[in-house]
Design a protein around this ligand. Structure first.
Ligand SMILES: NC(=O)c1ccc[n+]([C@@H]2O[C@H](COP(=O)([O-])OP(=O)(O)OC[C@H]3O[C@@H](n4cnc5c(N)ncnc54)[C@H](OP(=O)(O)O)[C@@H]3O)[C@@H](O)[C@H]2O)c1
Length: 257
C-alpha cells in the first residue's frame, strides 16, 4: 500500500536493474514510501508487470526499458521521469553484471571484461551524466550507486567484477565531491551476498560457492533483497541529508571482518 506520508513522498526516483533482485525490491519499497518510480532494465515485460503491481497497490510507476551501457537508453529513462512525473529527485543506479562465468583472470576473455566494465562502470557513468543536469537545474537531488563488498577487496568474485565495483566506488566519491555544494548527494552501497538471480546463476551447480560467499559475512547468511533496498531508501531520503560520498556497507559484517 502506498504511504502518501512516506519518506519518499512527492519524490520521483529512477531505478536501474528494476526487473529483479535488489532493484525490484527497491521499486516496491520506494513506491510504497510515496515515490513515483521509473523502472529501467532490459526485460520490458517484467518491468510492465511490476509497474502494474505497483499501480494496483496505489503507487505510481513508469517503465523505460533499455540497456544502461547505452547512453541513449539511459537518457530516455531520465526523460521518462521528467515527462511523466515532472522531475527527477533521486536515482538508484543499481543495474550490475558479474559476468557469465566464475574463472581466474587468465581464463576470461576480452568480451567478458568489456561487458562487465560496460554494464557496471559505463552504466553508472551514463546514469550520472544523464541525471545530474536535471538535478542541477532543479537545485538538488540524491543518487545511490550499487557497488559491492567487491569494491573494497578481493571477495572471490571474478577480477573484472572486483575492478568494476572499485570503479563504481571511485565514480561515486569523485562525483560526490564535484556536486556536494550544489545540492546533489551521491552515495554508494557496499552490498554483501544477497539472495538474487545473480547469486543463483553464479552458484548454479556449485553450492560451495554460495557458502564461500557468505562465509566472511559475520551473520553467516545471505541478505534478502529488501534489506538492501531499505538502505537505499534511507540514502535517497531527506533523512540522509548529511550523507554524501559515503560507502555504506550493508553486508552482514563482511567488510568489517
Ligand atoms: N546479489 C548479490 O549478492 C550482490 C552482491 C553485491 C552487489 N550486488 C549488486 O547488486 C546489484 C543488483 O543485482 P542483484 O543482486 O539484484 O541481481 P539481479 O537480480 O541479477 O539483478 C540485476 C539487475 O540488473 C539488470 N541489468 C543487468 N544488466 C543490465 C543492463 N545492461 N542494462 C540494464 N539493466 C541491466 C537486470 O535486468 P535485465 O536482465 O532485465 O536487464 C536486473 O534487473 C548489481 O549491481 C550487483 O552487482 C549484488
Amino acid at each position: 500500500m502506498t504511504d502518501r506520508n512516506g519518506v519518499l513522498a512527492g519524490k520521483v526516483v529512477m531505478i536501474t536493474g528494476a526487473s529483479s533482485g535488489i532493484g525490484e525490491a527497491a521499486a516496491r519499497l520506494f513506491a510504497a514510501e510515496g515515490a513515483a518510480v521509473v523502472l529501467m532494465a532490459r526485460r520490458e515485460k517484467t518491468l510492465d508487470q511490476l509497474a502494474e503491481e505497483i499501480a494496483a497497490a496505489g503507487g505510481r510507476a513508469a517503465v523505460s526499458a533499455g540497456d544502461v551501457a547505452d547512453a541513449g537508453d539511459v537518457r530516455r529513462a531520465v526523460a521518462t521521469a521528467t515527462e511523466r512525473f515532472g522531475a527527477l529527485d533521486g536515482a538508484f543506479n543499481n543495474a550490475g553484471y558479474a559476468g557469465d562465468k566464475i574463472a581466474p583472470l587468465h581464463e576470461l576473455d576480452e568480451a567478458h571484461f568489456d561487458r562487465v566494465m560496460d554494464v557496471n562502470v559505463r552504466g553508472t557513468w551514463n546514469c550520472l551524466r544523464a541525471q545530474i543536469p536535471v538535478m542541477l537545474a532543479a537545485g538538488g537531488g540524491a543518487v545511490v550507486n550499487t557497488a559491492s563488498t567487491a569494491a573494497m577487496g578481493a571477495t572471490g568474485a571474478p577480477v573484472p567484477y572486483v575492478a568494476a565495483k572499485h570503479a563504481v566506488l571511485g565514480l561515486t566519491r569523485a562525483a560526490a565531491a564535484e556536486y556536494a555544494e550544489r545540492g546533489i548527494r551521491i552515495d554508494t552501497l557496499l552490498v554483501g551476498t544477497t539472495r538474487t538471480e545473480m547469486i543463483a546463476q553464479a552458484a548454479e551447480g556449485r553450492p560451495e560457492l554460495a557458502e564461500h560467499f557468505v562465509a566472511r559475512q559475520m551473520q553467516k547468511r545471505m541478505a534478502e533483497p529488501a534489506e538492501i533496498a531499505e538502505a537505499a531508501l534511507w540514502l535517497l531520503s531527506d533523512r540522509a541529508s548529511f550523507a554524501t560520498g559515503a560507502a555504506l556497507a550493508v553486508d552482514g559484517g563482511h567488510t568489517a571482518n
